[in-house]
Design a protein around this ligand. Sequence first.
Ligand code: HPA
Ligand code: ZN
Length: 330
Amino acid sequence: QALLNKILKAPKAELHMHIEGSLEPEQIFAFARRNKVKLAYDSVEALRAAYAFTDLQSFLDIYYAGASVLLKADDFYEMTRAYLDRARADNVIHTELFFDPQTHTERGVPVQAVVEGIEAAMADVEREHGLTSKLILCFLRHLPEQAALAAFKDALPMFERYGDRLVGIGLDSSERNHPPSSFARVFGKARDRGLRLVAHAGEEGPPAYIHEALDILRVERIDHGVRSIEDPALVKRLADARIALTVCPLSNLKLMVFDDMKNHSLKTLLDAGVAVTVNSDDPAYFGGYVNDNYVAVAEALELGEQDLYALARNSLEASFVDAPQRRAMI
Ligand code: HPA
Ligand code: ZN
């Protein structure tokens, strides 16, 4: 108990958090009412009851429905502000948030409104409370690379205007049958502009997708990566190169990547020297914010003080802050 208290209070970074996944059912209904968006659920309770997922796709269907209530820059501001205030309670001192522009532009919401709202909340919370943050634009991998290239082009003015904060790109949505190699061109363009690169890989997809993300997309971190455990040579590669994995334990349990938290690969990967970090992914949908994720793995995998300290430290080391800030944080 004393140990858990220590880890709850420890300064940490959260590096795998989809901002649209922070929308709580109450907020979804409030935005729907205000924006006159029709929902397929009658009540907060009915919506929450639908959060019974069997795999990644069953979650994504509801997650995209939830995001449909976001229309104005103010909506993105309020959503982001609420998440950052919640993160402060977990002693998050730095966070790197994902957003999915294609989910919004296809509904006629300009990428400018999305980024402007999110960025303003980040700037306010940084100024008021010192919680620093960066933003990572994710492409939807269930759509063709052409769509990602168009979204990237559409967002170029945002990378120019908000370059200090909007620092990179990622790849998310349905992983099965959508390999990283399909997105080589758009990642090449981002790399040419000096952007930071990450991708979801090895959540539901095979270890080969992690190799592809590293070799073809040249990403610096792997989001999830928990199926790397099936490929010992890959585990060694990740450990030797200090490629961080942004692991999301409660997400993995809810989406049935593991049948029981006791069988989660986190501890084995950590023991093998991999730079594992703990994150919440989509906390409103998966039943917990970042500290809940630390507690869940600490209990199920019987983690010791060294393990928990390593997880928090890894999160600060794997962040995209510049070297002086990193030194100050650790
Ligand atoms: N995996 C893939 N796509 C996502 C996720 C995830 O965990 N969360 C939001 N979009
Ligand atoms: Zn994710």
